[in-house]
Design a protein around this ligand. Structure first.
Ligand SMILES: [Zn+2]
Ligand SMILES: [Zn+2]
Length: 182
C-alpha cells in the first residue's frame, strides 16, 4: 500500500524549471536564463494573471527576470487550450460534487417517503460519503496522467508556472506546451 501511495505522489509531483529564452531589460541579453530552484508563492493570481515559482535571472548581469518570465508565460500559454480530456474530467468532477449531495437528498427523501428511513438510509449515506475520497483520488490520477504522455514519446514535462488557475507545462524533449486544470 505504501508503495502505491509513493507512486501516486510521484505521479502528482511536477518538476519545476524554466527552459524558455528571455530578454534581459538591463543588459539586453537574449537567451535561456539561469535557473536557481523555485520558491513557493502563496499569492496565487486569479483571473488571467501568471504566477512564476521559478527563480530565474540573467546569466550575464544577474538581473532578476521573474517579471519577464511572467509576461512570457502569458504570451506562450494564453492561447493554449486545455486538452479536451482535461476539460471532460473537470466537468465530470464538478458533476460528481454537485450530484453527490443531490443524491444524498434523494436518499433522505426516499427514506422518509418509503418508510425505510433508519438503518438502510444510514448505510446509503455512509456509502455515498465513502465514495468521495476515491473519486478525488481517481480524478487527480487521471488529470495528472496526461503529463506522462507526449507525442514525442519521451515526455519530460517541466512546470513553468500558473496562468490564472491552470498549470503550465512544457515538454523538455519536444517543446510541446501543455495547460492543465484541476
Ligand atoms: Zn542582463
Ligand atoms: Zn514531448
Amino acid at each position: 500500500m505504501m508503495a502505491f501511495f509513493k507512486q501516486y505522489n510521484q505521479r502528482l509531483q511536477h518538476q519545476h524549471g524554466w527552459e524558455v529564452e528571455l530578454d534581459c531589460p538591463v543588459c539586453g541579453n537574449h537567451g535561456p536564463p539561469d535557473y536557481a530552484g523555485w520558491t513557493p508563492d502563496s499569492g496565487t493570481c486569479f483571473g488571467t494573471g501568471s504566477t512564476i515559482f521559478a527563480n530565474v535571472c540573467c546569466p550575464r548581469c544577474g538581473q532578476d527576470l521573474k517579471q519577464q518570465a511572467g509576461e512570457k508565460l502569458i504570451e506562450l500559454f494564453s492561447h493554449v487550450p486545455t486538452p479536451a480530456r482535461n476539460r471532460c474530467l473537470v466537468a465530470l468532477f464538478i458533476g460528481i460534487l454537485v450530484g453527490l449531495p443531490l443524491l444524498l437528498c434523494a436518499v433522505i427523501w426516499a427514506g422518509v417517503q418509503l418508510g425505510w428511513w433508519g438503518h438502510t438510509a444510514y448505510l446509503a449515506l455512509t456509502g455515498l460519503s465513502l465514495l468521495l475520497p476515491p473519486a478525488i483520488f481517481w480524478f487527480n490520477w487521471q488529470i495528472h496522467g496526461v503529463r506522462h504522455r507526449c507525442d514525442c514519446g519521451r515526455p519530460a514535462y517541466v512546470f513553468m508556472g500558473l496562468l490564472g488557475r491552470s498549470y503550465c507545462y512544457r515538454c523538455s524533449t519536444c517543446g510541446k506546451l501543455l495547460r492543465l486544470q484541476d
